[in-house]
Design a protein. Structure first.
Length: 293
């Protein structure tokens, strides 16, 4: 969290320091007092500024685009289509999807984050709790899904861990910075006391299916994606972790027809059957509220 001092906050807001102290006394500016000093969280100031903007009468804030941005997931793509909700997907990775959501460019964000110090931790909720710029939002569980190493049939390089991939100089397909699978790779490297520099890397792959195609074409030896992607591509799968895959949305948008159509579909027999066919999905938490702010 970035914290401003009083003088830095005054410079950031283009106000005099005396005015900042007046607003602190009036309780009209977000701040906190630590060891006798007033500090001002930048994220809280940004939100305060955004929500204080005066608009002409009758002019409402524009609705976000009917897009679920963020991580790619084949079951989510299928659910959006079959539910009739009218929402599209934009696969840009978990962190980029979150930023598009916060910028009002998407009605929801699909996310599966990973803590760099603990690959098994529930990082989605922890990340939102640590931020100061996620307001009036709700995180809805979509599924838990199995992530692992995709490998050719028979696993010819006998890859079982990240250490195996490093030792055997396997070409590992990379995902874009901020993608959940890339965060998981970094967490595995951290636990192995290693870095990206130790890997033999293959070309960048935007999504899990792109990793599968790179392996099938001989451009990569392995990469991290879901079991469902491995099953669809006819590849072998070495499990690493079960992770939560969630949908972040504004509370007001949750109650509107597009997302409500999707929410109803989460409890359908059709979605459950499709998840079993794809493999590597657990829908126990589908539709549950996991975070509210």
């Amino acid at each position: 969290m970035h914290l401003f001092t009083t003088s830095e906050a005054a410079q950031y807001l283009r106000l005099k320091e005396r005015k900042i102290y007046e607003m602190v006394a009036e309780g009209t500016i977000p701040c906190t007092k630590v060891t006798g000093r007033w500090l001002f969280p930048k994220a809280a100031l940004d939100h305060w500024l955004a929500t204080s903007v005066q608009q002409p009468p009758g002019l409402s804030r524009p609705d976000p685009a009917p897009i679920v941005a963020g991580s790619h997931d084949p079951l989510l793509e299928w659910a959006l289509r079959e539910s009739g909700c009218g929402l599209a997907t934009l696969a840009v990775g978990s962190e980029a999807g979150l930023q598009r959501f916060l910028a009002g460019e998407a009605v929801a964000a699909g996310m599966h984050l990973h803590a760099l110090d603990d690959p098994e931790a529930d990082a989605n909720v922890a990340a939102l709790e640590a931020r100061g710029d996620v307001q009036n939002a709700v995180l809805i569980g979509f599924c838990r899904r199995e992530q692992g190493f995709l490998v050719p049939s028979g696993n010819p390089m006998k890859i079982g861990t990240i250490e195996d991939a490093i030792e055997r100089r396997a070409r590992i397909a990379m995902r874009p910075k901020g993608a959940g699978a890339q965060l998981l790779l970094l967490a595995l490297l951290g636990r192995a006391r290693s870095t990206l520099d130790a890997l033999q890397t293959a070309p960048m792959c935007p999504t899990g299916p792109d990793i599968a195609q790179a392996i099938r074409a001989g451009r990569a030896d392995t990469g991290i994606a879901t079991r469902s992607v491995a099953n669809a591509a006819g590849l072998d799968f070495v499990p690493i972790v079960w992770e939560p895959f969630d949908l972040l949305m504004r509370q007001r948008d949750y109650f509107r027809p597009p997302l409500q159509a999707l929410m109803r579909f989460l409890s359908s027999d059709d979605l459950a059957a499709r998840a079993r066919e794809m493999g590597g999905f657990d829908l126990t938490a589908a539709g549950t509220v996991r975070f509210v702010n």
